[in-house]
Design a binder for this molecule. Structure first.
Ligand SMILES: Cc1ncc(COP(=O)(O)O)c(C=O)c1O
Length: 430
């Protein structure tokens, strides 16, 4: 069966032919390739066409596809441990690793996805403070938990829908919407509701409205307001954890979170998640405390083994982050140079190995409002062109592209050559 045949057949059995909406390429008005295998930075579809991958499973594969140490760990563990639903030494190893190697994490709870991590962290914040309201920022995405499906980024933003059907009004009436990088607005929100706010959840480097780094003074204001009103500050590092730096986006700011959520890279490509923070807060989780959160598969041995192999490899090779910074900056500078040469209006935002090309006439993109000025039709043309040239990038203007330790300068050069052809076509010169 070719790609199209598989995808059409899939639509009979899975809504839209997929298990997560953006995979369908619906907003790109085309059918997606059906991926058969991946190794390093290359993925191959069912028709044998290869792509250099800048999606990396939407972030997790910092070591590239099927890294041999990760695959070995999975194979070795699977011979003796699939699942127990009981304590394991592997869970201790991963939890201790994260608590000792990351900042501001005394204790951690392992879960199965980023959504589970963020929704559980919010529940814990509510249980700990005895308050109901949470603040999330427009354009940030924290998973598909009802309370977050309002003004969300990622697929919700790509599909241009205000939220989701099936979310009762009661589920979002305790969600307050903050404006990213707007100190005055958040201060006003606290002045009005401060004593009712359990916590503020934020992507410290947003990736789900395209890449936008929070401003230092904005983060400081958040910390100060949370201190003043007794609310918890939750960093959602599902995307940025172990990516923008080994210790995550936390290290980019002079601000300490109370709770942090992780997923993606920490599971080495398998379904994972975690949330952690101060002992005093974490001990409110059942069985030591009254906030109930559980999971049959939480701390699954195979996932934990893949995660440990990944994190150990990163920790033993911190120079990987220099490599990613170098190729990231080469990509950024190359894109800017080409856009100048061909008079193409765009802004490139990058933090480490996360980058977004915003097709906009603005000079900089710092807010959700800025993001909305993007020329989505131009993005679609760019996307289709790059895919045809053999480069897999996220099928949305409002996502990040990701770099791995396996990308080389040559991959970046090739990407830039393909981008140059696009710029030339757009400009009418080719
Ligand atoms: C910042 C952030 N938080 C939470 C999530 C949800 O994670 P998952 O898709 O594993 O449920 C995502 C997913 O992309 C994310 O980027």
């Amino acid at each position: 069966m070719n790609n199209l045949e598989i995808f059409e057949e899939s639509k009979k059995y899975m809504p839209g032919g997929v298990n997560s909406p953006v995979r369908s390429f619906k907003d790109m008005n085309m059918n997606p390739p059906v991926i058969e295998s991946g190794k390093g930075v290359r993925i191959k579809d069912e028709e044998g066409k290869e792509y250099i991958d800048f999606v990396l499973a939407w972030g997790p594969l910092l070591l590239g596809h099927c890294d041999e140490d990760v695959v070995n760990a999975i194979q070795k563990t699977s011979e003796k441990a699939l699942a127990f639903g009981a304590p394991t030494k592997l869970e201790l190893d991963l939890s201790r690793f994260m608590c000792t190697n990351l900042d501001n994490i005394d204790m951690i709870r392992l879960v199965n996805s980023g959504t589970e991590a963020t929704m559980s962290a919010v529940k814990l914040a509510r249980g700990y403070t005895g308050r109901s309201k949470i603040v999330k920022f427009a354009g940030c995405y924290h998973g598909h938990f009802d309370g977050f499906l309002i003004e969300a980024g990622s697929g919700v933003l790509t599909e241009g829908i205000p939220g989701s059907l099936g979310v009762p009004q009661e589920s979002v009436e305790n969600t307050l919407i903050g404006i990213y990088n707007d100190k005055n607005q958040i201060r006003q929100l606290f002045e009005k509701y401060g004593s009712e706010i359990a916590g503020v959840i934020i992507e410290p480097v947003a990736g789900n409205m395209g890449v936008i780094k929070a401003e230092d003074s904005f983060m400081e204001e958040l910390r100060q307001l949370c201190n003043q009103y007794g609310s918890l500050l939750i960093f959602d590092e599902v995307m940025t954890g172990f990516r923008v730096a080994f210790k995550g986006a936390q290290t980019l700011f002079n601000v300490k979170p109370d709770l942090v959520t992780y997923a993606k890279i920490m599971g080495g490509g398998l379904p994972c998640g975690a949330y952690g923070g101060k002992k005093e807060i974490m001990e409110n989780l059942s069985p030591t405390g009254g906030v109930y959160q559980a999971g049959t598969m939480s701390g699954n041995p195979i996932v934990v083994a893949a995660g440990l192999a990944t994190l150990n490899k990163l920790n033993n090779n911190l120079e990987y982050y220099n490599h990613i910074e170098n190729i990231g900056s080469k990509l950024e500078n190359g894109l800017l140079k080409i856009s100048k040469e061909y008079n193409l209006s765009l802004v490139v935002n990058r933090v480490g190995g996360m980058l977004t090309i915003f097709f906009t006439d603005l000079k900089e993109v710092k807010t959700y409002e800025d993001v909305k000025t993007c020329n989505v039709e131009m993005f679609k043309r760019y996307f289709k062109h790059m895919l045809k040239e053999g480069f897999n990038v996220a099928p949305s203007q409002f996502e990040a592209m990701f770099l791995s330790v396996k990308h080389t300068e040559e991959h970046i050069d090739n990407f830039l050559s393909a981008f140059k052809k696009f710029a030339c076509k757009e400009n009418g010169m080719c």
